[in-house]
Design a protein around this ligand. Structure first.
Ligand SMILES: Cc1ncc(COP(=O)(O)O)c(C=O)c1O
Length: 415
């Protein structure tokens, strides 16, 4: 059974991704570990296989010991993010008075959409993209318009321009839901790309909402550019949270941040929205941004090593799968089209993150490895799977070895 890496030396031993055994992880009750039976290795939903960062655990323990479990108050979360953003991203004009605490990033996105769009208005997304972008936007009675990524998996500004033009024909107040870094491809948008987005959005009167939940998870070789630091983005919003980088999805809290020309809109956010985040969530997220940097750096080193290990493992066990090395996140977007597996749902039905078809179904059935199925990420997703590599090298190795055997048996039975 996979456990901590037996060859672990001092530096590897500090890697938070090698600290928990499979047996430890199977005691968890979160969706990653409970959605599928215990013979299945879960490399799907965006949870990390790490213990809590000590700074976060200490802050929570302190709150529990005090019985400090009332309602959240104050701006400590925004202040901690502001200092982190200045330090890591050179975002020096971050303003605490242009932020609001919300329950989580998706709730924040919907609430910002309610401020700057009307029911029936269009919301542009770059597909393939995080499935809840479809589900939450349509549930909020807005219409999703896709601007597919280019063949290099980067934003296609011409496609965006065209989607912005179409978006205007559907309603008065269109928006663009940007994902930076991009889930599922792990692309980190460059400043020049973001400037081109801001220029096109300005020309078409489209408001930009930038989901930057994965921003702290940018790996060596790339650099994160906060959208609100880009020229032309003054009337945009960003949604930021410690949830992905410190694995705090169960401790609800996130921040909506407004650019200078969006502050008046943000001030119209109804007071009741601020009742969503939990006080323990705010405490945990604040501690993460304030004191969780050194732990995050260990995670980033571990993810960087896994990013390379995954490339080697796939080349060895499943060379027909194409791997686009991600620049950020802990998600790998794997092109399985060469496996010749029917996508199972050719027209796609984006939005339901747990729905499984095509190659993901084959890997679940034959390898007992659960990955996210590409078709739920919208146009361009069918035939792909998304693999979460925020796990131990041992589990990653076991999973890819099983996947390689599954491809072989699939081909043997098909041929
Ligand atoms: C791009 C993106 N946005 C939002 C979320 C969900 O964030 P939250 O739980 O804060 O709503 C995720 C979770 O994986 C994500 O990848």
């Amino acid at each position: 059974m996979p456990g901590p890496d037996p060859s672990a030396g001092d530096s590897v031993a500090q890697n938070p991704l090698t600290r928990l055994t499979l047996a430890d992880l199977r005691r968890r009750t979160s969706v990653k570990w409970r959605m599928h039976p215990p013979d299945v290795l879960p490399l799907w939903v965006a949870e990390m296989d790490v213990p809590l960062a000590p700074a976060v655990a200490d802050a929570l323990r302190h709150a529990i010991d005090l019985g400090d479990t009332g309602y959240a108050h104050g701006t400590a979360y925004a202040e901690a993010l502001g200092d982190f953003a200045a330090d890591r991203w050179e975002w020096h004009d971050f303003r605490v008075d242009r932020t609001t605490v919300v329950a989580d990033v998706m709730t924040g996105i919907v609430e910002v959409l309610r401020l700057v769009t009307d029911p029936g208005d269009a919301v542009v997304v770059c597909s393939p993209v995080y499935p809840p972008f479809y589900a939450f936007v349509s549930h909020a009675d807005r219409r999703v318009i896709e601007a597919p990524l280019g063949p290099d998996l980067r934003m296609d500004v011409a496609a965006l321009d065209e989607a912005f033009r179409r978006a205007r024909t559907y309603g008065r107040r269109p928006a663009f839901l940007l994902c930076n870094p991009h889930n599922p491809t792990g692309v980190v948008h460059r400043r020049d790309e973001l400037e081109a987005v801001a220029e096109a959005a300005g020309r078409h009167g489209v408001r930009v909402i930038s989901d930057e939940i994965h921003a702290p998870l940018v790996l060596s070789g790339a650099r994160f550019t906060p959208y609100l630091t880009v020229a032309g983005a003054e009337n945009a919003f960003a949604l930021i949270s410690a949830s992905k980088a410190w694995n705090l999805a169960g401790l609800k809290a996130a921040l909506a941040v407004a650019g200078p020309r969006a502050a008046a809109d943000l001030s119209r956010m109804p007071e009741e929205v601020s009742h969503g985040p939990s006080h323990l969530g705010v405490i945990a997220h604040t501690a993460a941004f304030r004191a969780g940097g050194p732990w995050l750096d260990l995670v980033l080193d571990g993810l960087d090593a896994n990013r390379t290990a995954l490339e080697t493992l796939l080349a060895q066990h499943a060379p027909a799968i194409r791997y686009h090395r991600p620049e950020g996140t802990y998600l790998a977007w794997l092109d399985c089209t060469a496996l010749g597996i029917d996508s199972g749902r050719p027209t796609g039905e984006p939005g339901v993150a747990s729905d499984i078809a095509g190659p993901a179904k084959m890997f679940l059935d034959r390898a007992r490895v659960v990955l996210s199925s590409g078709h739920v990420f919208g146009t361009g997703g069918a035939g792909f799977v998304r693999l979460n590599f925020a796990t131990s090298p041992a589990i990653l190795t076991d999973a890819v070895t099983r996947m390689g055997r599954a491809v072989e048996t699939h081909h043997a039975s098909a041929g």
